[in-house]
Design a protein around this ligand. Structure first.
Ligand code: CA
Length: 235
């Protein structure tokens, strides 16, 4: 029997709620709808949805506040939906623990793809199951060996420095997900580290020279401009 995932949509615009309900129901999800933040919060507590789609612009409370509150106690995947297009809004939402960010207007295909990705990531909390089981991340010619603390390209040691290795290893554990600059800096250099993206950029440039065939057109680690980096999903 197929388990139907429960998706809670917190959205005040009725047309969008109706659209989501139609699309998600047609794709075999159970859909719960909340039109205010307060309703949404009580439904999160009472229904334990598998995924939350959260509008930021709600009539009674800022969606960001809900996001922060939920993250204090739950790892449920949250896809933020917003008309806010500024990069800093995206960064703020991702830093606060959103799994993904959809900018209005968006299409059916994009909505479904983001939900599938969000669900995949909860099933495998630390990167892919393969990494958890074998200590090895593989994507194409790239291999991260977590036991040896080494990165190989087509079997050859890429000779990464310690910092470069830590950065690649972290991205590999969360392959497919954007890790923000702030998150990476805090993970790599501690919570009191200065939020200086320059040092990250220098490390990434060196990493790309070592692992990418053409550093200007990376195929393993992608830049999400103004936000952070994302490792390609593993094989
Ligand atoms: Ca709204």
């Amino acid at each position: 029997m197929k388990i139907r995932e429960k998706i809670l949509v917190i959205e005040d615009e009725q047309t969008i709620r109706n659209f989501m309900q139609a699309v998600l129901t047609a794709n075999d999800y159970d859909v719960l709808l909340a039109r205010t933040g307060a309703m949404g919060e009580s439904m999160i507590a009472s229904h334990c949805p598998d995924v939350i789609i959260l509008d930021l612009g709600l009539p009674d409370v800022d969606g960001m506040e809900i996001l922060r509150k939920v993250r204090r106690w739950s790892k449920v995947p949250i896809v933020v939906v917003s008309a806010r297009t500024h990069e800093r809004d995206k960064v703020e939402a991702l830093d606060a623990g959103a799994d993904d960010y959809l900018t209005k207007p968006f299409g059916t295909g994009e909505l479904l793809a983001r939900i599938r990705a969000a669900i995949r990531h909860t099933r495998t909390p630390i990167g892919s199951e393969a990494v958890a089981n074998t200590g090895i991340f593989k994507a194409g010619d790239l291999t991260i060996d977590y036991a040896k603390h080494r990165v190989f390209i087509a079997g050859q040691d890429a000779n990464l420095t310690q910092n470069e290795y830590k950065l690649v290893a972290l991205l590999g554990l969360h392959a497919g997900k954007v890790l923000t600059y702030d998150y990476l800096i805090k993970e790599l250099w501690g919570p009191s580290a200065r939020s200086d993206n320059q040092i990250l950029r220098v490390n990434m440039a060196n990493i790309r020279r070592k692992i990418e065939q053409n550093p200007a057109q990376p195929v393993y680690i992608f830049t999400e401009v103004g936000i952070g980096y994302r490792m390609i999903e593993g094989d």
